[in-house]
Design a protein around this ligand. Structure first.
Ligand code: AHR
Length: 319
């Protein structure tokens, strides 16, 4: 057999293996919305993963509202989808609808955010260690400022969401024991660029035109990018006058790092769907129960990690 025929046969086998898994399966995906570049990339990757694996994806955009997500889940259950993926906007209030999915024998996989429901109500959760991400950011800042006094302003994520709760907690753990580091302002920017800018403007006003601020910690890169704009408009240099550390690893933060306007980010992979589909496929094949939490990696990037190259590598990936 020629090499090209071999490759054709291998490709055909791969396609039929995928088709055997897909088997006309329908997946309901309840996405939070499009608040950030990271969220956009997660949506893009989930759609492409579903297409590559031969699933029909029913996509529902909740526009940041839990009631829309609950309605979407109820509609998926009524349709009898084969599985549900959900990125839950907040952590509380899911017991009822998850119980309904369980009674309908529809496996549910949580993506990137956690819920406070009993873990018997979902098959598995794919996500990062959100406390650890905050802790990495806090430790980086403590190491970077050393003994210097440092007044920190914090832009929190969506109130009541697991990343806002855990990234705050983790950061506080990261700076614990460094009495020279103090969080002096902390408010939600709802994970959006526009609110990040607006809230940073109010922090700057409250902190002597920004001159009393040593560092910004933002729970995501989009809020940091908005805040960088506010810092520049106040006549200060982001990355120098005010250190900037955030979480996600979106292309725009790498661009800001390459320009010296941001200092560090902790990467969150947007490919949550890959491990989710792998877990579902094993479950459908022979009932394999995945671990209740499938953890993705969290890596720190600083200005020393070729931010221009990171920007180039990521800019076409759907962020
Ligand atoms: O849940 C993950 C967080 O949600 C991302 O860090 C943020 O950008 C998104 O909106």
């Amino acid at each position: 057999m020629t090499v090209s025929k071999l490759m054709t046969t291998a490709a055909a086998l791969a396609i039929s293996a995928t088709a055997a898994f897909a088997d006309g399966k329908v997946i309901g995906f309840s996405q939070i919305g499009s608040e950030s570049g990271w969220r956009a990339a997660e949506t893009t990757l989930t759609k492409s993963q579903a297409e590559e694996r031969g699933y029909q994806l029913q996509f529902s955009d909740a526009q940041q509202k839990q009631e829309n997500q609950i309605a979407a889940l109820r509609s998926f259950i009524a349709q009898g989808v084969d599985a549900i993926l959900i990125a839950p906007v907040v952590a509380t209030g899911w017991d009822g609808v998850l119980q309904e999915a369980k009674e309908a024998e529809i496996p549910v996989v949580l993506l990137d955010r956690m819920v406070d429901s009993d873990n018997s109500l979902y098959l598995t959760a794919v996500g990062s260690n959100l406390v650890h991400e905050g802790e990495v950011a806090g430790k980086w800042l403590a190491d970077t400022v050393g003994d210097k006094d440092c007044r920190i302003v914090e832009l929190q994520g969506t109130t009541g969401s697991s990343p806002a709760i855990d990234r705050k907690k983790g950061f506080e753990q990261g700076i614990a024991g460094h009495d020279n580091l103090k969080i002096v302002q902390s408010q939600t920017g709802d994970f959006t660029r526009s609110l990040g800018k607006e809230v940073m403007e109010s922090f700057i006003q409250a902190e002597n035109g920004g001159k009393d601020i040593c560092a910004l910690y933002a729970h995501n890169d989009d809020m940091a990018v908005g805040a960088i704009q506010a810092i520049k408009e106040a006549g200060l240099k982001p990355g120098t006058d005010i250190l900037v550390v955030s979480i996600d690893g979106v292309p725009d933060i790498f661009k800001a790092m390459a320009d010296g306007e941001a200092n560090a980010t902790v990467e969150l992979t947007p490919n949550m769907a890959g491990p989710a589909f792998d877990a579902l496929e094993a479950y459908w094949k022979d009932g394999t129960e995945p671990a209740k939490f499938l953890q993705t990696e969290s890596k720190l990037f600083t200005q020393a990690d070729d931010p221009a190259g990171q920007y180039e590598a990521r800019k076409g990936l759907g962020y």
